[in-house]
Design a protein. Structure first.
Length: 395
């Protein structure tokens, strides 16, 4: 009887210990989650997002999902798993931009086609009655009306492209300090020292090259291409190709060199910083008596909070870049394709100088698209490298 009582008491003790251990583990997990949430909230409160919020107020008309909630709230939604913007919403927004671009391009394209058709009709009715000089005067009048429409639309696209570059430069100026601050807080001193000059070069040097060299070369190529079709005696196609080739060469060279150097240097710095931080964690666990494990866990908790903020902020900034470039790229691409279509339609019945001029302008517009996409691509690569650097809090 006494043995049965002892066994029963031992079983009850084991059950009690099991309940206590399980409850303690659950409490610890809950406590860790709460501590991580508190850590994230504390770090978010210490960071300055005013620059990014101001940028959204000024340039964020195409980023509705972010501009409505604000940058900080969007970061919090991503961290908490509440960000619900899906691919369907993105494609719907892109479809709306495409429709607006088509509506904007349709009137000038119809006017250009009508002018070419009018010139053909006048030439057909006149037959051989008009002198060659009179025919040329009619051509000059129609060509002047056509290029006035083309120049007005191209000037509008040029302003849109320049404004997009400037808005991205402003976004760089307010986002890179935040990302580099978070990187430094993680202990990634080597990576921060690599990225700091590179981000300055991207925000100032690269955009300055684009604005001061590429845009003037585009204007020169387009202007000379238009002038070269005024008369059959004016031959400027080779000079037009030269300016366009210079613009493409500068874009390709700058983007290629920058992306290669940034990737190599950034990855090298990331490896060095990861080793340094892991070494610090190992030192805490191994050489601090009694409290080493607790200090290491606290260290991981702080790092995890910073990593969550850094990666979430990087994602939001990437979305802002895409939102900034997609509308002007679609607008330019639609008008360029429209010019090619009109050029092909009028080629069989109108003067070939009309179709050649329109095709040349369409090709030159590719420089604007490459310029916007190139700057945006470099910006995204830089942000993604910073996001991927030293994610020790989740390793």
């Amino acid at each position: 009887m006494k043995t049965i009582r002892i066994k029963t008491a031992m079983i009850l003790v084991l059950i009690a210990l099991t309940v206590l251990i399980c409850g303690g583990v659950a409490f610890a997990e809950e406590s860790a989650e709460d501590k991580l949430e508190e850590e994230v909230e504390d770090k978010l409160g210490q960071l300055d997002f005013s620059g990014l919020e101001s940028w959204l107020d000024e340039f964020g008309e195409n980023s509705a999902g972010i501009s409505e909630n604000g940058f900080l709230q969007t970061v919090k939604d991503i961290i908490g798993g509440k960000y619900d913007n899906n691919a369907e919403g993105f494609f719907n927004a892109a479809a709306d931009m495409l429709l607006n671009a088509a509506k904007s391009a349709f009137p000038p394209l119809i006017a250009i086609f009508a002018i070419a058709l009018l010139y053909s009709v006048v030439g057909g009715f006149s037959g051989g009655f008009l002198k060659k000089s009179t025919t040329e005067i009619i051509y000059f009048a129609c060509y002047a009306a056509m290029i006035s429409i083309v120049i007005a639309k191209v000037a509008s696209l040029l302003v849109s492209a320049s404004s997009t570059i400037n808005s991205m430069q402003s976004l760089m100026n307010v986002s890179f300090p935040l990302l580099l601050t978070l990187l430094t807080a993680l202990g990634s001193v080597t990576s921060a020292s690599v990225y700091q000059p590179m981000t300055s070069i991207l925000a100032t040097g690269v955009t300055a090259i684009v604005n001061s060299l590429v845009l003037p070369l585009f204007i020169a190529a387009t202007t000379i291409g238009i002038v070269g079709h005024l008369s059959k005696n004016i031959k400027l196609s080779k000079l037009t190709s030269f300016f366009k080739s210079c613009a493409n060469f500068i874009l390709g060279g700058v983007f290629g060199i920058f992306a290669t150097f940034l990737s190599v240097q950034g990855l090298t710095g990331a490896i060095a910083d990861t080793v340094s931080v892991k070494t610090a964690k190992f030192a805490l666990q191994s050489y601090v008596p009694l409290l080493g494990g607790y200090l290491s866990d606290g260290f991981d908790l702080v790092l995890a909070g910073i990593v969550l903020i850094k990666n979430s902020a990087g994602l939001v900034i990437t979305l802002l870049i895409i939102a900034a470039i997609i509308a002007p790229v679609i607008e330019i691409a639609v008008f360029s394709l429209g010019l090619r279509l009109v050029s092909g339609l009028i080629e069989p019945f109108s003067d070939d100088r009309f179709s050649s001029m329109l095709a040349g302008v369409s090709k030159n517009l590719g420089v604007l698209i490459a310029m916007i996409l190139g700057v945006g691509f470099m910006f995204i690569v830089t942000v993604m490298l910073i996001v991927a650097t030293c994610n020790v809090g989740v390793v």
